[in-house]
Write a protein that binds this ligand. Sequence first.
Ligand code: SF4
Length: 300
Amino acid sequence: MVRIDRQEHGETRADKVAHLARRYGRIRQEIARLKAMEQALAEAPDGQISLTDPDARAMATSARHSGMVGYNVQTAVDTETHLIVVHDVTNQGFDRDQLSPMATAAKEALRRDDLHAIADKGYFSGSQILACDQAGITTTVPRPETSGNRGKGMYVKADFAYVPARDVYVCPAGEELTYRYTREEDGLRIGRYWTNECQRCPLRHRCTTGKERRITRWEHEHLVDAMRGRLGGEADPMTLRRCTVEHPFGTLKAWMGHTHFLTRRLKNVRTEMALNVLAYNIKRVVALIGIRGLMRAIAA
Ligand code: SF4
């Protein structure tokens, strides 16, 4: 009896050793796999690897920490007909480099001498706005407020009025912030303005924690000022943008099941999107001018 117990005990230990050896092997394999992935991640140009679709990338969405990985669909939609004039699919996670390429492509497709491009704040970029202006395209894009000062009850740049004739900013206390110097930042020439009155100002607690409040002005800031004027007008361009772009996006998302592309890899996703856009535009034209009108237009 004692001998049998010992034998069973011995077999159990042998099993345990074999089991631990297998686990050890699996753990070593997993460590090697993770190390290889770490290496690949370090070598990836944008520091990302997508295991499901190698071309898909993390998207910057308004939903924080949404972890959305996919593609970035760009469309330029005509405000009158709601037809998609141009579109593109990229795997860039943000929109701020897309304003000028999309607006220029739309202008060429429409064969127009001028164009007014309205985009949301994700497209705000000084260099893109300037490129559009140089291509004869008027842009309206709200400037994002990144400082968070308004939420804290502090004055933001919009509370300072620029006076072009004197090249000064007038602050909420009525003081004039004069031009001091210009330097290049991220490829843009930025001027700085301030007054020496801040130390004695009763509004200082709402304005600055530093010695004085400094206001920056890009050398082409008049383009941004003009955009702000358009945004503050009676006809809100952002409402027009929403009403225009939501129509095709809503329709396409409903067709595509709201979430996923059916294909993988950028080349295939581009084809899938192009087919969807073509189908949308055909249906839209039929709705606008009917089948006969469409056939006549194709034949012309
Ligand atoms: S702190 Fe300076 S810039 Fe701000 S309101 Fe007062 S004087 Fe004007």
